[in-house]
Design a binder for this molecule. Structure first.
Ligand SMILES: Nc1ncnc2c1ncn2[C@@H]1O[C@H](COP(=O)(O)OP(=O)(O)OP(=O)(O)O)[C@@H](O)[C@H]1O
Ligand SMILES: [Mg+2]
Length: 232
């Protein structure tokens, strides 16, 4: 059985106001199926990051609705949305978004700190860092790491609280091909081994084709869907 985890219904989003108003999303609908990997592709400025942010509850649509496991999220208070996001979602951003002054371990443990998890915190952090080949860097500041290492720290932080959905915005965009490969392999391992649903924005046709389904965004509209789940 395939279950829809997240539904996006006719969402619209504009930035700015008056004559400077720009319609970034003009009515996008999409179902995300539990355990799948979905690639969002399209030209620069087409609305991919905007869609990812809305799906991940990092921003609110002007129109339309988002449902998580069948429940509309529009009525959620921002605090309830924060809790849901922290418990169920993980994020990997192109520019890492790490705190350079904190250590690797402190950055990775952040979702556990926010979630009030105290038990086994250090052990869990080291365990996930170990999987990513970074356990020996745990107590160094992230500012001294390479781009590929920073991206792995960002992934460790994204998965430490065991999210159900992992949103990744061009996770390999800033990396060379070797590091990019390591990072994408890691994301697909998490998807396959832990059943984490993966939503990824990417400019890489290769990475997109590794996902079971691809959607194309053009000028704020969903152009087409392809891949195994296209008929869903
Ligand atoms: N905070 C903002 N304020 C004003 N305009 C914005 C803002 N964020 C995005 N936009 C505009 O909305 C459009 C869609 O942006 P978005 O970041 O979603 O594109 P994208 O498809 O992710 O592009 P890229 O591939 O370059 O990352 C762009 O024209 C952008 O200029
Ligand atoms: Mg973007």
């Amino acid at each position: 059985m395939t279950e829809t985890v997240l539904s996006v219904r006719d969402i619209q989003k504009s930035y700015g106001s008056g004559s400077g108003r720009f319609r970034a999303l003009k009515g996008v609908s999409l179902n995300l199926v539990e355990g799948e990997s979905l690639a969002i592709v399209g030209k620069s400025g087409s609305g991919k990051s905007t869609l990812l942010h809305l799906m991940g509850l990092l921003d609110i649509p002007d129109e339309g609705e988002i449902l998580y496991r069948g429940k509309s999220l529009s009525a959620l208070t921002s605090r309830a949305a924060d809790t849901l996001r922290n418990q169920e979602f993980g994020f990997v951003f192109q520019s890492f978004h790490l705190d350079p002054h904190s250590t690797v371990a402190e950055n990775v443990s952040m979702p556990l700190v926010i979630g009030g998890v105290k038990k086994d915190r250090r052990r869990r952090v080291i365990e996930v860092l170990d999987r990513l080949g970074l356990a020996d860097r745990a107590d160094e500041r992230t500012s001294v790491l390479s781009g590929g290492q920073k991206q792995r720290v960002a992934i460790a932080r994204a998965v430490i609280a065991k999210p159900r959905i992992l949103f990744a915005d061009e996770p390999t965009g800033a990396l060379d091909s070797t590091n990019g490969e390591t990072v994408s392999q890691l994301l697909f391992d998490l998807n396959k081994q832990e059943g984490i649903t993966l939503v990824m924005v990417t400019h890489s046709p290769e990475l997109a084709s590794t996902c079971v389904r691809q959607v194309v965004i053009s000028d704020g509209l969903l152009l087409s869907t392809s891949g195994e789940g296209a008929a869903r």
